[in-house]
Design a protein. Structure first.
Length: 353
């Protein structure tokens, strides 16, 4: 049974996700629950590795709530990973110390249908959602997420991340029918995965396409827009009141096509996008999220103040959620996060040092 929620007007972030323009934009930060927080590092040292934390509902809920307690963000983002879907599809998932994730067997030389699916691997995520939903402040919007099919497929095919996704792009050109089967399978499970998150208590969901920028326009249409449109349509049919945020990192000039073609309710912008340009080309009234450079948040000082004001000013006339253009970095000073929040909310200590 879906978790009953308070009226959306009690949650500024949810209001903007549904199309309201607010004088003060709500704020959350991608990867806000994680390595830059001492309380997270302490819990990880106690409990173990990343996957151990992500599959322990008590720990994952605690990590999700940590930045809400410390900063009072308008949104809480579920602590998990985009590779939970391939893990549930039967690939083994590991996170080496100081390394990125590894999936085995890699689908570049192994058939998807030979894998044995383990859907139970997703059950701890739903339990985490239920735990967080019961503990969040009434004004906080709870966000779930999944990786978009293209980005997830790049890891499944290569078995690891890469700078240009060359191995997966070659595979898609060499065996388009096989690759389409992988994309379709990911999309199918992603619909169920996000739907279960919504049923368990999240109020909106985000689709992360971290590697969307590596594709040509034709491939972008085929492997990014089309499968995301399928996911969004299915979620809108099942959960018409639940907004969907699309984050196609690196899409650049293809942003307008993405916004129109996928049917997402909100589009997230990475730090390479000129906010004034985005405001001029996106449909009037279309909600946006973003897009402060995470390195500017580390730098602080005049550069940070100027960058924050530019982002907020560019989107002053449309629904806007203030966020980073990608995930917060581990060496981000906590004081800078506090100062940005105070500056945006026009509270005391509005000078960014």
């Amino acid at each position: 049974m879906p978790v009953l929620s308070l009226p959306s007007e009690t949650r500024p972030l949810l209001r903007v996700l549904k199309g309201d323009r607010l004088d003060t934009p709500p704020v959350w930060l991608m990867r806000q629950a994680g390595r830059y927080l001492p309380e997270y590092r302490a819990l990880r040292a106690e409990k173990g590795g990343f996957l151990d934390l992500a599959t322990d509902p008590e720990s994952a809920a605690e990590i999700t709530l940590q930045p809400i307690r410390r900063f009072g963000f308008d949104g809480a983002i579920l602590f998990s990973d985009i590779l939970m879907v391939p893990w549930a599809l039967g690939q083994d998932l590991t996170f080496g110390v100081g390394e990125g994730p590894h999936l085995e067997p890699a689908l570049a030389d192994h058939a998807l249908d030979a894998l044995t699916r383990v859907p139970g691997r997703l059950e701890p995520v739903y339990e985490t959602v239920r735990t967080v939903a019961a503990a969040l402040p009434a004004e906080t919007t709870f966000l779930g997420f999944a990786g978009s099919p293209w980005t997830v497929a790049t890891y499944m095919v290569a078995g690891h991340g890469s700078r240009d996704q060359s191995e997966t792009r070659r595979f898609a050109y060499r065996a388009p029918a096989d690759f389409a089967h992988i994309i379709d399978t990911i999309a199918e499970l992603t619909i169920e995965y996000l739907s279960r998150q919504i049923q368990s208590g999240v109020m909106a969901v985000q689709l992360f396409d971290s590697w969307a920028g590596s594709l040509s326009p034709a491939q972008f249409e085929r492997w990014v827009i089309a499968p995301n449109a399928r996911i969004v349509a299915a979620l809108h049919e099942r959960h018409p009141e639940t907004p969907v945020i699309g984050f196609p990192k690196g899409a650049g000039g293809k942003l307008v096509a993405y916004a129109r073609g996928t049917g997402v309710d909100v589009i997230g912008l990475d730090e390479t996008v000129d906010p004034e340009w985005a405001n001029s080309v996106l449909p009037d009234g279309f909600p946006v999220q973003g897009n402060l450079d995470p390195l500017t948040l580390i730098a602080g000082g005049t550069e940070l103040r100027t960058a924050v004001d530019r982002v907020v000013g560019a989107f002053a006339g449309r629904p806007h959620i203030f966020n980073l253009g990608h995930g917060i970095l581990p060496d981000t000073p906590i004081a800078h996060v506090e100062q940005v929040l105070a500056h945006i909310r026009k509270r005391e200590a509005t000078t960014l040092a």
